[in-house]
Design a binder for this molecule. Structure first.
Ligand code: ADE
Ligand code: ZN
Length: 335
């Protein structure tokens, strides 16, 4: 199964570029920017990556992102992730980035987007990887700050496909961002939002009814509300599920209890994603392997998950057709 997973081309739909920041690169960039970080060795960093909840993780994640200053830093960060895509047979990826994590520290929006865009072009040329960008608003900040971010993004609108909502979920319901999501959609951005990761099913209702999301990030807790499950199926909304993240942030106690199989059994269009792989111990193949082993997923289940990843991506219909042919070819070659 491990080889089968590795052999299949995949799309990743839930990945925070700041969450792909490996300690080795963090040390290198901190040094060249002459920024002190509170760790002396890689081992010390890894030891600090023990989380008891989302907020625990976010505190460390924002601190790590604080060493990113120059356009080249964002370029290097993204290139390191694209290299992992290549190694994991991820041929299409939709990358989330948090502008406010940087603009709040005085880094210009253009520094961030220019670094990411250069990497996108180089990754396409070097590895043939296609990627889209999802600009995520930080929900612990105000809607006004999200509006400011929306405004800053407009000169780069053609480079950004979608807007998302991430950061501390509890106490920051989707409804808080109703107006900025409406304005973002008017600008042509496709709305998505984290909901039901730590927060209750009610937040998923708000994401679909108020923010009118095209996809739900995480969404695991929908299983607590039968009407919601039926609504998600009826509206054909996909969930971007992140197994190792759920385990590391204790939204799942053990992988054998992970809801992925139950979601698939309810005919929910689930996908597998890595979220913040540098912090949660694995990229795409590792996430697939972890759930495959723990939930005893069949080859058919894996194929369904991979097909969902392309079908529910924001790629064009023509691209989707091409990707699905690649999947069928890989399955045939493997047998
Ligand atoms: N930002 C980065 N990773 C996140 C996650 N798993 N949930 C919410 N915000 C995030
Ligand atoms: Zn996430």
């Amino acid at each position: 199964m491990k080889d089968f997973i590795a052999a299949l081309p995949k799309a990743e739909l839930h990945l925070h570029i700041e969450g792909s920041f490996e300690p080795e690169l963090m040390f290198e960039i901190a040094q060249r920017n002459q920024i002190e970080i509170p760790y002396k060795t890689i081992d010390e960093v890894k030891k600090a990556y023990q989380f008891s909840c989302l907020q625990d993780f976010l505190d460390i994640y924002y601190a790590g992102a604080g060493v990113l200053i120059q356009e080249k830093d964002f370029y290097d960060l993204a290139m390191a992730y694209y290299q992992k895509c290549y190694e994991n047979n991820v041929i299409h990826t939709e990358i989330m980035f948090d502008p406010q994590t940087h603009t709040e520290r005085g880094i210009a929006f253009e520094t961030v987007i220019n670094g990411l865009q250069k990497a996108r072009l180089d990754a396409k040329e070097k590895w043939g990887i296609n990627s889209l960008f999802i600009m995520s608003y930080l929900r612990h900040l105000s809607e006004e700050s999200a509006f400011e971010t929306l405004k800053q993004s407009l000169p780069y609108k053609d480079l950004i496909t979608s807007v998302g909502l991430d950061s501390s979920e509890m106490g920051n319901p989707p409804a808080k961002f109703k107006n900025v999501f409406e304005a973002s959609v008017k600008e042509g951005y496709i709305p998505v939002a984290h909901a039901g990761e730590e927060g209750p099913a009610e937040y998923i209702w708000e994401a679909i009814d108020i923010l009118k999301v095209a996809r739900i990030d995480h969404g695991n807790r929908c299983l607590e509300d039968e009407n919601l499950v039926q609504e998600i199926v009826k509206r054909n909304l996909a969930l971007t599920v992140c197994p190792l993240s759920n385990l590391e942030l204790r939204n799942t106690d053990v992988m054998t209890n992970h809801p992925l199989k139950r979601l698939l059994d309810r005919d929910i269009k689930a996908t597998v994603n890595s979220d913040d792989p540098a912090y949660f111990g694995g990229y795409m193949n590792a996430n697939f392997q972890a759930v495959q082993e723990a939930l005893d997923l069949s080859k058919e289940d894996i194929i369904t998950l991979v097909k969902n990843s392309f079908n529910y991506s924001f790629a064009t219909d023509e691209q989707k057709k091409y990707y699905l042919e690649k999947v069928y070819e890989a399955v045939a070659d493997f047998n």
